[in-house]
Design a protein around this ligand. Structure first.
Ligand code: BG6
Length: 356
C-alpha cells in the first residue's frame, strides 16, 4: 500500500462471480482491502471506440437526443457474432455459457449506454449513476423472452460441433447462442424491445448496435423505408443512418424513393490510429478516470437481470436449440426478432468503400 503521495488502483477482470450472490461475495471480500474508487472493474467493451462514442452521439447532438424514445424508436438490437466456436476454451466456456461470457457484461453495458437518461454532468459518478438507474428499471429476463442455441458441426463438416470438443462434458446443455429480449420500465422506453443477441460459430464476425425507428407512412406508404441508426463497433468502425432519399435522376418508380445512407466510416473519414480497448482503459485507469469501469452497484444491477434465468438454465430447465456452425443461429431467434417489431429491409446493404 502506498504511503505519502502514491496511489494504488486495482484492475479486476471478469468473471465477477456467477450470479448476484457470488458476485456480492466477491465484492464483500474486496471491500476491506480496497475502497471503491481504487477498484477498476474492467469490461473491455467500454474501451472500444464506438462504444465510447455512444454518449457523445446521443448527448452532443440535438437531432438524436430529441428522438431517442418510445415515440420514435421501434426496437433496438445489440448483436455480437463470432465465427469461431469455443475450440480449446470449451472447459472454461462450459461452466459459464454465452450469457455470462458476453451478454451480462459486454452487451448489457452497451444497453445501459443506449438506454440511460441524460447524466447531470460528464463526471464518472454522474454517468455511472445514470447507467445504474436504467439497469434497475429492467425486469429480470424470463424464459419466454429468450432463445438459446448450441452449435453442431458445420454443413461441410469443417467446424466441429460444440459437443465434439473433448474438453466439453458429454451431453452439456451449455448455450453458445442466446437472444434475449428486455424491456426498460420507464416512460422513455415504454414497450420498446431491446434485443441482445450473441453467438459463437455464426455466419459472420461483427458487433453492431441497430436502432430501428418507427414507420413514417404518410404520404409515401411502404416506399418510405424505416430509418435505422447503425453503430458498427467492429470490425471496420462505422456509423451510418439508413434514409429514404429521392432516387436520383429519372426513375420509373412512381414514388421515386430509394434507400441510401449517411455514412461515417471511420477508416475513410479519420486517418487516425484507433487504440485497442485495453490500451484505452489502462490509460484511463492510470489517469484515475473511472467513467468506463463498472461500479459495484452497476455490476449488481446487471446480475439481477440475468440471475433468475441463469439459475433455470443451470438446473437444466431451458434446453438450447441446435444450430449449424456457420449459420445465423436458431430460426426461433429470427422469429423472435420479427415478433418484436423488427422489419428486415431488403435491398440495402452497407458496404464501405474502404472496408478494412
Ligand atoms: C471476451 C469473451 O470477454 O470477449 C470471449 O470471454 C469473446 O468469449 C471476447 O470472444 C470478444 O472480445 P472482442 O474484443 O474480440 O470482441
Amino acid at each position: 500500500m502506498p504511503t505519502g503521495d502514491g496511489w494504488i488502483r486495482v484492475i479486476i477482470e471478469k468473471p465477477f462471480g456467477r450470479d448476484t450472490e457470488t458476485s456480492a461475495q466477491l465484492s464483500s471480500k474486496l471491500e476491506p482491502l480496497f475502497s471503491e474508487p481504487q477498484i477498476f472493474r474492467i469490461d473491455h467493451y467500454l474501451g472500444k471506440e464506438m462504444v465510447q462514442n455512444i454518449l457523445t452521439v446521443r448527448f452532443a447532438n440535438r437531432i438524436f437526443n430529441s428522438i431517442w424514445n418510445a415515440q420514435n424508436i421501434s426496437n433496438v438490437q445489440i448483436t455480437f457474432k463470432e465465427t469461431i466456436g469455443t475450440e480449446g476454451r470449451g472447459g472454461y466456456f462450459d461452466s459459464f455459457g454465452i450469457i455470462r461470457d458476453v451478454i451480462q457484461n459486454h452487451l448489457t453495458q452497451i444497453l445501459a449506454l443506449v438506454g440511460m437518461g441524460k447524466p447531470n454532468s460528464l463526471d464518472a459518478e454522474s454517468i455511472r449513476d445514470a447507467k445504474v438507474a436504467v439497469l434497475r428499471s429492467i425486469e429480470p429476463v424470463t424464459k419466454e423472452n429468450c432463445v438459446l442455441g448450441q452449435y453442431t458441426a458445420s454443413e461441410d463438416g469443417k467446424i466441429p460441433g460444440y459437443l465434439d470438443d473433448p474438453t466439453v462434458p458429454k451431453g452439456s446443455k451449455c448455450p453458445t447462442f442466446a437472444m434475449i429480449r428486455l424491456f426498460i420500465n420507464n416512460d422513455q422506453w415504454d414497450g420498446v424491445p431491446f434485443i441482445l443477441k450473441a453467438g459463437k460459430a455464426l455466419e459472420d464476425k461483427a458487433v453492431v448496435i441497430r436502432i430501428q425507428f418507427k414507420d413514417e407512412l404518410r404520404p409515401y406508404g411502404e416506399a418510405a423505408q424505416r430509418n435505422e441508426l447503425v453503430i458498427r463497433a467492429q470490425p471496420s468502425e462505422a456509423m451510418y443512418i439508413k434514409i429514404t432519399n429521392k432516387a436520383p435522376g429519372i426513375t420509373e418508380d412512381l414514388r421515386g424513393t430509394h434507400q441510401t445512407e449517411l455514412d461515417l466510416t471511420y477508416h475513410s473519414r479519420y486517418g487516425v490510429y484507433i487504440p485497442d480497448a485495453y490500451e484505452s482503459l489502462i490509460n484511463e485507469c492510470i489517469l484515475g478516470n473511472s467513467t468506463n469501469f463498472v461500479r459495484k452497484d452497476e455490476l449488481d444491477a446487471a446480475w439481477k437481470i440475468f440471475t433468475p434465468l441463469l439459475h433455470q438454465i443451470d438446473q437444466g430447465h431451458v434446453t438450447p436449440i441446435p444450430y449449424k456452425a456457420g449459420s445465423r443461429g436458431p430460426k426461433e431467434a429470427d422469429e423472435m426478432l420479427i415478433s418484436s417489431g423488427f422489419k428486415y429491409q431488403e435491398g440495402y446493404k452497407w458496404s464501405p468503400q474502404n472496408k478494412l
